[in-house]
Design a protein around this ligand. Sequence first.
Ligand code: UTP
Length: 225
Amino acid sequence: MKTIVISLGGSIIASNGLNTSFMKEFSEFIQNMDKDIKFGIVVGGGGVARSYISSLRKYGVNDNVLDEIGINATRMNALALTSFFDDSNSKIPTTVNDAAELSKIYRVVIMGGTEPGHTTDTVSSLLAERINAKVLINATSVDGVYSSDPKKEKSAKKIGELTYDKALELSLKELSGAGSNVFMDPTAISIAKRSSIKIFIINGLQLHGYDDIIRKGTTSGSTIS
Ligand code: UTP
């Protein structure tokens, strides 16, 4: 059985309120996929996480608490997404261990964050490693990896194929910039590297992008391998 993990960015399903029309289309798309493909879907925090974290940061709330708040937002979004599925868990697992157990029961397992100190990108890599997925789709608001942040620099160029080491270098470079919006965090890339998990970075709002990867193994986004 083929197993695929999707890191579904919060910006895709919940940037300004819940994107319920996308959630419905996405759930139908996944449920209509070949029944011998298993999915792990890790949902990001989106607008709620960002707005709570930035408001509270101004009052000196520490990062551990802010991370916990972010985690709660990811779990709320994950629970919202399960409402659109017939064949997924309906209780959100709080660890990769528990998600792996649920994955023995459900064809589609949906979760959010786990612990402070990382993002759902890292949770996705850990889940992929744990349930032996060799493909990790990072569904984000940008359609691939760019030489620099395309939202800030017009000269940024999309890179179709990257090695893990090149992706790590770019991710670390972007992280060091203030207010960075990195395409994938370095820990997530390192975990994928040690277990040879191929990462695809795509615009998460376009369902044909997932279809190309799942059915044909191709993408117009970027790959890290
Ligand atoms: P996200 O994974 O959505 O973070 O988790 P992000 O990459 O900043 O958001 P997007 O991709 O732009 O939407 C939201 C926040 O929740 C906390 C972190 O503070 C993170 O920034 N978090 C999340 C954790 O501390 N641990 C987790 O496992 C997940």
